[in-house]
Design a protein around this ligand. Structure first.
Ligand SMILES: O=C(O)c1ccccc1N[C@@H]1O[C@H](COP(=O)(O)O)[C@@H](O)[C@H]1O
Length: 210
């Protein structure tokens, strides 16, 4: 199971994460209203850190996305807002980077809405619906994923914590397309400051069951 640790911005904290956990991806939030927002002046301290960086964008423009790619060394783009199919296609074609397209779940999922995105995204990512777009610390009802109809792999997100591990294990058995977990606010000391020991425990326990 792949692991993404999202919402970081301290160079020291990221270095600690790389040295002790080395997750598959580390997410930087480029949504100005988020408490985990990474301002432009931190680019130099983060750009050369040896980890695959995911840029998380909420309805940003292509120019804004490209500026962050250049300045922060972003390798994967996470579209976490209401980005249209046309915009997603444009970002994929223009940047050539991997795309995580997020769908925030309220009650149900209309799979037809997602189907058209399949050729242009590398992973779907399911998060809990919240007015702030992400980082709510709340899980959604995973029952809606049980008729996931695509081969396209997806990441699970939204309030994931150590307590969820038994349920994640059950979900993975039912839906093999679940290929990664995206963790964030349940592993924080302060917004954007991660508790590395807790992440290590999560990684060790999840690796022993899936
Ligand atoms: O974390 C944020 O502040 C944020 C803001 C805007 C868009 C996305 C954001 N984070 C993403 O939300 C998921 C879920 O976070 P949580 O576990 O519920 O706290 C997170 O993994 C980020 O990808």
């Amino acid at each position: 199971m792949k692991l993404k640790v999202c919402g970081m911005r301290s160079e020291e904290n990221i270095r600690e994460l790389i040295a002790q956990i080395n997750p598959d991806w580390m997410g930087l939030i480029f949504y100005p209203k988020s408490p985990r927002f990474v301002p432009q002046n931190l680019a130099d301290s983060i750009v050369d850190l040896p980890i695959k960086k995911v840029g998380v964008f909420v309805n940003a423009s292509l120019d804004e996305i490209k500026t962050s790619i250049r300045d922060f060394g972003i390798q994967i783009i996470q579209l976490h807002g209401e980005e249209s199919l046309e915009f997603t296609k444009l970002v994929k074609e223009d940047t050539g980077l991997e795309i995580f397209k997020v769908f925030s779940i309220k009650d149900d999922i209309d799979w037809k809405t997602l189907e058209v995105f399949v050729p242009f995204v590398d992973y779907f990512l399911f998060d809990t619906f919240t007015k702030g777009y992400g980082g709510s610390g709340k899980t959604f009802d995973w029952e809606v994923l049980k008729n996931y109809p695509f081969e396209k792999p997806f990441l699970l997100s939204g309030g994931l914590s150590i307590e969820n591990i038994p349920d994640i294990q059950k979900l993975k058995l039912e839906i093999p397309q679940l290929l990664g977990l995206d963790i964030n606010s349940k592993f924080e000391i302060d917004p954007a400051l991660k508790e590395i020991g807790k992440i290590r425990e999560f990684k060790e326990r999840i690796s022993s069951v899936v």
